[in-house]
Ligand binder design. Structure first.
Ligand code: PXP
Length: 250
């Protein structure tokens, strides 16, 4: 069983440093420089999503991160042959399998594991064999968690996007219901022996209740932190998120 008494880890997602860079086709801002600042600011890991359309992180960014990072890299990827080959070449510390649609602005929902169990079980087996910790990004849904467990994932990452959207829209009853679902499903995943992570859309306003779930071992947060960095700098923006997480956990 996973030890969940330890410090809650923060994985900083640097995708949107690359988004700003790519808006002008320039060489800056550099996501690898951001990763090094994140490390100095107390991040426990770096998360990067190599999307099929390469709209932010590029193949060269992944090469550079693998060379330059002393923190573990959590490589987010769709369940495609191309991404599997890239992951097997680099063997990052962790891979997180996410659903991907070209037309979406961001990862809108969790992976449909239950409907695609056989294919996904075969897909993740070589990644596990290569030593990558395999995580599956899913909604807070019991059937999906059971399916993630059956296919041999070591980690589930619960999608906090709906909870954050309800908060932003002032739909507080629905927010609280989604938060309760996240809490129950974090406990359920843990009871199966899965390591539980959470992420998507988290902000200074929404992070504390999720950070307080004792079974959650890691939060992956990007867009809000990179946005705040415009106003206060990346290192203070990360330190403030870290402080809120630690306070919630204490
Ligand atoms: N976790 C996963 C699996 C994601 O796909 C993303 C977005 O790339 C995040 C966490 C971070 O979400 P955000 O950028 O909204 O903080």
């Amino acid at each position: 069983m996973t030890d969940y008494a330890g410090r809650l880890r923060l994985g900083v997602n640097i995708d949107h440093v690359a988004t700003v860079r790519n808006a002008r086709g320039s060489a800056y801002p550099d996501p690898i420089r951001a990763a090094k600042i994140a490390e100095a600011a107390g991040a426990d890991g770096i998360t990067a999503h190599l999307r099929e359309d390469r709209r932010h992180i590029s193949d060269e960014d992944i090469d550079g991160l693998m060379d330059a990072l002393s923190l573990p890299l959590n490589f987010e990827m769709a369940a495609t042959d191309e991404m599997q080959a890239i992951a097997l070449r680099h063997k990052p510390h962790a891979v997180c399998i996410v659903p991907e649609k070209r037309e979406e602005r961001t990862t809108e929902g969790g992976l449909e594991v239950a409907k695609d169990e056989n294919r996904l079980a075969h897909f993740i087996a070589p990644l596990r064999d290569a030593g990558c910790r395999v995580s599956i990004f899913i909604a807070a849904d019991q059937a999906q968690i059971e399916a993630a467990n059956r296919i041999g994932a070591q980690v589930i990452e619960l999608h906090t996007g709906a909870y954050c959207d309800f908060h932003a829209e002032g739909r507080f009853d629905e927010r609280d219901a989604e938060l309760a679902r996240l809490r129950d499903m974090a406990a359920f995943g843990h009871s199966l022996g899965l390591e539980v992570h959470a992420g998507h859309g988290l902000t200074y306003e929404t992070v504390a209740p999720v950070a307080a779930f004792p079974e959650v071992m890691e939060l992956n947060i990007g867009h809000f932190i990179i946005g705040e960095a415009i106003f206060m700098g990346l290192e203070p923006a990360i330190r403030e998120m870290r402080r809120l997480m630690d306070d919630a956990r204490a």
